[in-house]
Write a protein that binds this ligand. Sequence first.
Ligand code: CDV
Length: 332
Amino acid sequence: MSRIITVAAAQLGPIQQAEPRSVAVARMVRLLERAHQRGVELIVFPELALTTFFPRHYHEDIAEADGWFETAMPSNETAPLFDAARRYGIGFHLGYAEIAHEANETGTLRKRRFNTSILVGPSGDVLLKYRKVHLPGHAEYDPKRVVQHLEKRYFEVGNLGFPVIRAPMGSQEGINMGMMICNDRRWPEAWRVLGLQSVELVALGYNTPSLNMDAAGFEAHHLRVFHSHLSIQAGCYQNACFAVATAKAGVEDGCELFGHSIIVNPQGEIIAMATSWDDELITADCDLDMCTLGRTTIFAFDKHRRPEAYGRITGQVGATAPSVWNEPAARR
Ligand code: CDV
């Protein structure tokens, strides 16, 4: 039986600060209806898809930002999305800000905040949850920046690792699926952890500004998109998987997000790409058997990986200085 699944990246245009969740959800339902007309079986919405990208806004008291978070999923406001997906038998990926009342590492129950995504099956069941590991930005207000990026203020580092689940989706009885959120895509470690669980399809949402505020606003425009695509294409090739990478795009609260959502195959080729800065649906038929070539030849991990040489990957965080070459004493 063929292992082809029709997938969609449902790019969202900007969601302004004043826009309620109900409007964002209605836009997503419209995209889902279009996806149904095109025979889509899995649709991927962006990171923090229900609101504006609020980490650009500073709240001195973190609790003041709680209005941007979800305490339940589904909720009254997101129920129409779950209902529509169930009605059409389409699975979906959704990114949102999550408040969870959970024990921390010391066992103390407390309110915790995460940048989260879920994978929902065609029956409406949550199949898998992921919490963003690589949080970019800063924790304190930075007066030097024109636009803040306060993910480190509002979110804890995700505590679920990079899980992969095998579950039915569309006409397929089992697909190995995992998730990443935005900045994670730039880290080969994240891709490899998914690859080591035989991931076949990665769902990935992002909100990436067109300007690099860390570099005082300068980095050549076209390179911003290039680096995003390069990371995703390399991740797919090196781990023999598909990715559906979906952006929020356009000018949101005065800040431009670059869009350029893509679907990538295990050869690292872009097979669909968004061209607008608006709500836009791009689709592709993904033949999951394409994952076999890479994982049985160049990237047959069981044959070729050398973990004994990779200790630094998990043993250290920052880079150390190399040892310095000394001219042999006889020549001095
Ligand atoms: N939301 C993000 O994680 N954005 C980062 C930006 C800040 C560089 C990204 O990697 O796209």
